[in-house]
Design a protein around this ligand. Sequence first.
Ligand code: AP5
Length: 242
Amino acid sequence: MANKTVISTANNTARNIGPVLLLGPPGAGKGTQSKQIVDRYRIPQVSTGDLLRDHVGRGTELGLEARAIMARGELVPDELMYGIVACRLREADCKRGFVLDGFPRTAPQAGWLDAFLEKEVFENSVKCPPIVIQLLVDYNQLLQRLTGRRSCPACGRLYNIHSQPPLVDELCDCDGSKLVIRDDDREEVISGRLTAYESWTRPVADYYRVQRRLVAVNADRPVENVTAQIFGVIDRHCRDGC
Ligand code: AP5
């Protein structure tokens, strides 16, 4: 058994995975599942939400512009997103593949990503078409996940007071830091985020469905179960294509 694990990790480290896109509404579990993919396939998570929050935290020009938009639960304009995504995807650790969490979020962003991959990524490496996974979750479950989410400001580990509470109330299991609530997880902002998803991000799923690239996963299950479905999709894709 131990040997099997070593062999499978070695294979995952050597082979090209290509881009993995996680689509889904706020609270669907994109961040949670990205971390599982990172651990298994040794490719980085590129979360546009985290990139933006980093800019906000550092008070950059982009951060100052994005801050108020994010606080309202609206989408940051496409033109501002392209620069930060392109910059991150050009980094060396993305060569074998990456998990995109939160991008594309509009149909124009999806078109931009296709062109970027074709021009900048596939030109220098084996062509691996994106694996596009849509996480499906019931609306009421989303609300419970968002209002119950807590995260560690030091290591980024995610918790949920309903489904994945820390061992000690409000403290991170790994480093004991006091857990925080995201600014946009306030109830009055959550409804704006879900509305933005319906208007702008649902068409992204249609964009990939038409191209027969969309694989839907039932994400209304325990985390491990969703992870197993996602690993199945990625492994099949790599066996058949990349
Ligand atoms: P972003 O940070 O991307 O937020 P989001 O898409 O709203 O998604 P979340 O991070 O809220 O949820 P998630 O799906 O990652 O769920 P998680 O794993 O945390 O974006 C924030 C803002 O930035 C946007 O509103 C926008 O303003 C801006 N932005 C970002 N990208 C942009 C773009 N491309 N264009 C324009 N603007 C952009 O899980 C949630 C909770 O549920 C956790 O507590 C977790 O523990 C729990 N949980 C997870 N899975 C399960 C499960 N299976 N069962 C039970 N509980 C679970």
